[in-house]
Ligand binder design. Structure first.
Ligand code: ADP
Length: 502
């Protein structure tokens, strides 16, 4: 496998990237109080593309103070719902206006193929803001016919109702696999509901969140409503999660760090939502109409975004009669995939960082040491950058680390199965429960399998379909709560019950 060629950077990004990037606090761009910065790398080459401010506790304090002031003084929460909706809508419009630039920035920083960033990350981000803009005018409560007046205060009548109010200051911590989209998933609903926010992007990929801050300011969001602090997880992230001035923390990332967030949040019992890891089962029944098309779907389930998806279909269970055919077909797809720098729009780019590169290589080795066979892949590509070959493992068993742990790389393990009962038990035998899929031509089997999965999202004869309207989140250790849909607004509002004596 050879590396594809890199394209020249287009001018807007070229101009934007080399400048020193600061923190965004109270509508102003400022250095970290410590004066420190950290390097941002192009994972395709290992070159430094930018330096950004290294925010820590002191900067988080400042950002939380700004967010609190903006919340209390009310320019955002007290704005009419329709005005707020128009501004949130405009964020979506501006993302589309700057789509080419954002796609390029995302590809440069994260390594993903430019074409994928342009066709998925950017439009989905715009969609999310457009969808959430529609909700600002529809956040509402209920009225209730209460009964206690009959025995508790005989004769007295009451008007009782609920209203939903913004929670207040929200801390949001996001990962590096979809930097812009994860920022959109978090910021769309938090802003629609009238909260103020401190966002901490992942240290590996801070650039698109900084550009998004500029866009959000351009859309007309008042100063202090959005603050962005770039920095490391153990410092900036940890102090945001623990901060007493923060009313809610929303986190997307590893299950391991999710557990730390819960502990950090306990100090002031702030609200917590978590979107965490996964080890998604992907079941293929022998009755599928088209083995080749199914294998192509299963390949994209794992290789999309280089396997760096919390919902990647990494455990592939294939019914015995077609096991060899599907493995052969998915291996063929993997063999043909063009691996190269994201800006050259290959099928697969580099992993995001040296750390991730080493981690994924370590998992492949551990599988091989445990007796797994690499049907295809298993190696790295080129002599710079973090390229790992798309890899298909067989001869694994349910106890191996490659089956039980999240690899977060382009590595799928294919295992045969005999019957539905057995494969369901094996599929659900995981501490995770984020997503799952089944491929079959039998409608009844599809519905029964969808029912039986212990997972927050189930795909049937497809994979990786997301929509701003559709809740996404996990059972078990894959998280607390759901992202997107109307459900997320409940996670960014408090319910107030009001009782009025008539
Ligand atoms: P990954 O292992 O995929 O890099 P992480 O869960 O470590 O994912 O990171 C996701 C986000 O969580 C990043 O923004 C990172 O900086 C942040 N983070 C990491 N450690 C902590 C921590 N102890 N407290 C708060 N945030 C953290």
């Amino acid at each position: 496998m050879s590396l594809a060629e890199v394209k020249e950077l287009k001018s807007p990004v070229k101009k934007w990237v080399p400048a020193k990037k600061q923190l965004f606090i109270n509508g102003k761009w400022v250095d970290a109080k410590s004066g420190k910065t950290f390097d941002v790398e192009n994972p395709a080459t290992g070159d430094i593309v930018a330096q950004v401010a290294e925010g820590d506790k002191a900067d988080i304090d400042e950002a939380v103070k700004a967010a609190r002031k903006a919340f209390e003084s009310g320019p955002w929460k007290d704005m009419s719902a329709s005005e707020r909706g128009k501004i949130v809508w405009k964020i979506g419009d501006l993302i589309l206006k700057y789509a080419d630039e954002l796609a390029e920035l995302e590809s440069l920083d994260n390594g993903k193929p430019l074409a994928v960033a342009g066709a998925a990350d950017v439009p989905l981000s715009a969609d999310l803001f457009h969808y959430m803009a529609g909700w600002t005018t529809k956040i509402k409560g209920d009225t209730f016919p209460i009964s206690t007046d009959h025995f508790y205060t005989p004769g007295q009548k009451y008007l009782t109702y609920t209203q939903r109010e913004p929670i207040g200051v929200v801390g949001q911590i996001i990962p590096w696999n979809f930097p812009l989209l994860m920022a959109a998933w978090k910021l769309g609903p938090v802003l629609a509901a009238g909260n103020t926010v401190v966002l901490k992007p992942a240290e590996q990929t801070p650039l698109s969140a900084l550009r998004l801050a500029e866009i959000i300011q351009e859309a007309g969001v008042p100063d202090g409503v959005l603050n962005v602090i770039t920095g490391f997880g153990e410092t900036a992230g940890a102090s945001l999660a623990a901060h007493d001035g923060v009313d809610k923390v929303a986190f997307t990332g590893s299950t391991e760090v999710g557990k730390m967030i819960v502990q950090a949040a306990a100090g002031n019992l702030k609200r917590v939502t978590l979107e965490l890891g996964g080890k998604s089962p992907n079941i293929v029944y022998a009755d599928v109409h088209d083995v080749e098309a199914t294998a192509a779907g299963c390949a994209s389930a794992i290789f999309f975004n280089h396997g760096q998806c919390c919902c990647a279909g990494s455990r592939l269970y294939i019914e015995k009669p077609i096991f060899n055919d599907v493995v052969k077909a998915i291996s063929e797809v993997a063999k043909k995939m063009k691996v190269g720098p994201g800006l050259a729009s290959p099928d697969m780019g580099p992993l995001v960082s040296q750390e991730q590169f080493e981690k994924v290589k370590g998992y492949i080795k551990s599988g091989q040491d445990d007796g797994a066979k690499c049907e295809v892949g298993g190696g790295t590509v080129g002599d710079k950058g973090y390229f790992v070959e798309p890899t298909v493992l067989t001869n694994t068993n349910d106890k191996m680390k490659v089956i039980t742990e999240e690899i977060f790389g382009p590595v799928v393990a294919a295992e045969p199965f005999d019957n539905a009962e057995e494969v369901m038990a094996r599929s659900n035998n995981s501490s995770y429960g984020l997503a799952a899929a089944v491929w079959t031509s039998d409608l009844k089997k599809a519905i029964n399998t969808a029912d039986a999965f212990r997972a927050g999202t189930v795909w049937v004869n497809t994979y990786n379909i997301f929509d701003a309207a559709l809740p996404f989140g996990g059972y078990k250790q894959s998280g607390w709560g759901r992202e997107m849909g109307s459900e997320i607004l409940d996670a960014y509002t408090e319910t107030k019950s009001v009782v009025i004596a008539k």
